[in-house]
Design a protein around this ligand. Sequence first.
Ligand SMILES: Nc1ncnc2c1ncn2[C@@H]1O[C@H](COP(=O)(O)OP(=O)(O)OP(=O)(O)O)[C@@H](O)[C@H]1O
Length: 371
Amino acid sequence: MSFLKISNLRKSYGSLEILKDINLEIDEGGFLVLVGPSGCGKSTLLNTIAGLEPITSGEIAINGRSVADLHPSKRDIAMVFQSYALYPNMTVAGNIAFGMEIRGVPKDEREKAIKQVADMLQIGHLLDRKPSQLSGGQRQRVAMGRALVRNPQVFLFDEPLSNLDAKLRVDMRTEIKRLHHRMKTTIVYVTHDQIEAMTLATKIAVLKDGVLQQFGTPAEIYNNPSNMFVADFMGSPAMNLLTARIEKNGADVAVTLARPNAEPMKLTVPHASGALSGYAGKDVVFGIRPEALTDPDGADRNAKAIVEGECLIEVVEPAGSDTFAVTRLGGKEVVARLRADARIAPGQTSQLAFNLDKAVFFDPQTQQRIA
Ligand SMILES: Nc1ncnc2c1ncn2[C@@H]1O[C@H](COP(=O)(O)OP(=O)(O)OP(=O)(O)O)[C@@H](O)[C@H]1O
């Protein structure tokens, strides 16, 4: 049975519908990440789970119990906010213990709990300081400590890392993952950062304009995006999405891509699906991630369908661990991810290997993936 279940959830402000029929569920100990661009409704969804916002219709259940009508304090959840929301006049220890004090937890138990989370978060040396005497990352830890001591059924995180600098964000991301691994408490986590979503989640919900676009494991979302929005939003550099003409070729499908000042490139997709064959004579959107477009020596040896083609390289971007090469196909700029030491120069044509096992196709009208 799922531990957190959201069914047919709708949320409106007056006549403005913000969340449109959301259905999600996650097992106990799961890490659900809500991701999407600014304004898509992810914070609103988190706030409805917390009970900070009433829902317009639908159901929210935690561990089999409906919580939609319960006061936030009765839902057995703890929330970590983007702003940390620490009490400025209290010490770190006071901030962590405040909720326990209110609940009348005896002093020795409080001290034990403070020590335990302070050890876990490595903030034992900061317990007597005030929030103003802490760095952003330390404040973030205190905010997490305050949530951890409550030992709730579900943790809710609202963009907890967005106020930290890039390096600290990556460190804290690892820290949160380690903590989740140790505690095994169910987490719902909001971010607009698709890398955070990919690295932390056991399940990702991608939202756009209040509509759930796809719900699945990070691998499902990355490899089989259900529509062009998800394909483009998840992954950096983004998936290449180019116009291609489909033709049938026995059991195979030929994909034709326009090239500037050259004959179109023809790639054969072996044993293509019936759905794709159905587009014969029409244009589709051909999606291929940069890492599925490589130098022939660097191509995945286990792939079944590697096809090579000549591409005019426009720009070369060495990025340390890889080299990105920009070419133009199907009327679009296309990014290929090559080995760091790939011999490639702008203005030259180069042989590139397409891993068609990893290619996906979309209907240009509906923008949905062609199965
Ligand atoms: N109290 C409110 N009244 C009317 N509209 C609201 C209210 N609160 C939020 N909204 C609208 O709801 C939509 C979703 O907001 P929400 O904060 O959930 O988005 P988000 O995905 O978390 O965005 P961000 O990443 O920018 O925080 C936005 O269009 C916002 O303007």
